[in-house]
Design a protein. Structure first.
Length: 169
C-alpha cells in the first residue's frame, strides 16, 4: 500500500503541476513520499503479531473492487455537471480529484485498521488538494496542507504503534 500511495502522489503531482509552478507542485510529491515513509517506519517497528492486519476473503476483495468501480462511475457521470460550477478547472483535474476523494471516503468507511485509515485520510486529502490547487495558488496554503499531510502520517504511525506499546505496561 505504501508503494501505491507513492504512485498516487506522483499522480497528484501531475495534476497539480497543471495549475501551480513546478517548485510548488514538487512539494506535494515530496510531502506524500515523506508521509509514506513515516507510515512505513511505523509499520516496520511493530512486530507482525501486533499489526492486527485485516483478513480479506476473496469476496471481500471483490466487494471492494466493485465499490471502487461504483465510485468511479458516479464521479465520471457527475464530473461534467461539477465542471460548470468551477470555471477554469479542467476535466482531468475534476476527475482525478473526485476519484481520489471518493475512494478515500470509501476506504475510511470500510476499515478500522490504523494504517488503512491513515492511507484513506491521505487519499481523501490528496483529492481535496488537487481541486484546491486549481482554485488557489498561495504558497502559504501549500505549506499548510503539506503540514497537515505530515501530521496525519505521524498520528497514523503513532496509532499503529499504540497496541504494541500497551504490552510494555
Amino acid at each position: 500500500m505504501i508503494v501505491a500511495l507513492s504512485l498516487q502522489y506522483i499522480g497528484v503531482f501531475l495534476l497539480v503541476v497543471i495549475s501551480w509552478p513546478l517548485e510548488m507542485a514538487v512539494v506535494k510529491v515530496l510531502t506524500g513520499w515523506m508521509s509514506g515513509a513515516v507510515l512505513g517506519v511505523g509499520l516496520s517497528i511493530v512486530p507482525k503479531t501486533w499489526q492486527g492486519e485485516e483478513e480479506f476473503w476473496p469476496s471481500g476483495r471483490l466487494f471492494r473492487l466493485l465499490a471502487v468501480g461504483l465510485v468511479t462511475l458516479v464521479v465520471i457521470s457527475s464530473a461534467l455537471k461539477i465542471i460548470q460550477y468551477l470555471p477554469g478547472v479542467g476535466l482531468e483535474v475534476v476527475l482525478g480529484s473526485l476519484i481520489l476523494t471518493g475512494n478515500g471516503l470509501l476506504n475510511l468507511g470500510l476499515t478500522n485498521h490504523p494504517f488503512r485509515v491513515a492511507v484513506g485520510l491521505l487519499t481523501l486529502l490528496s483529492g481535496f488538494e488537487i481541486l484546491y490547487a486549481a482554485l488557489e495558488t498561495s504558497a502559504l496554503v501549500a505549506g499548510l496542507l503539506a503540514g497537515v499531510n505530515l501530521v496525519l502520517a505521524l498520528v497514523g504511525a503513532f496509532l499503529i504503534l499504540v497496541p504494541s506499546m500497551e504490552a510494555f505496561d
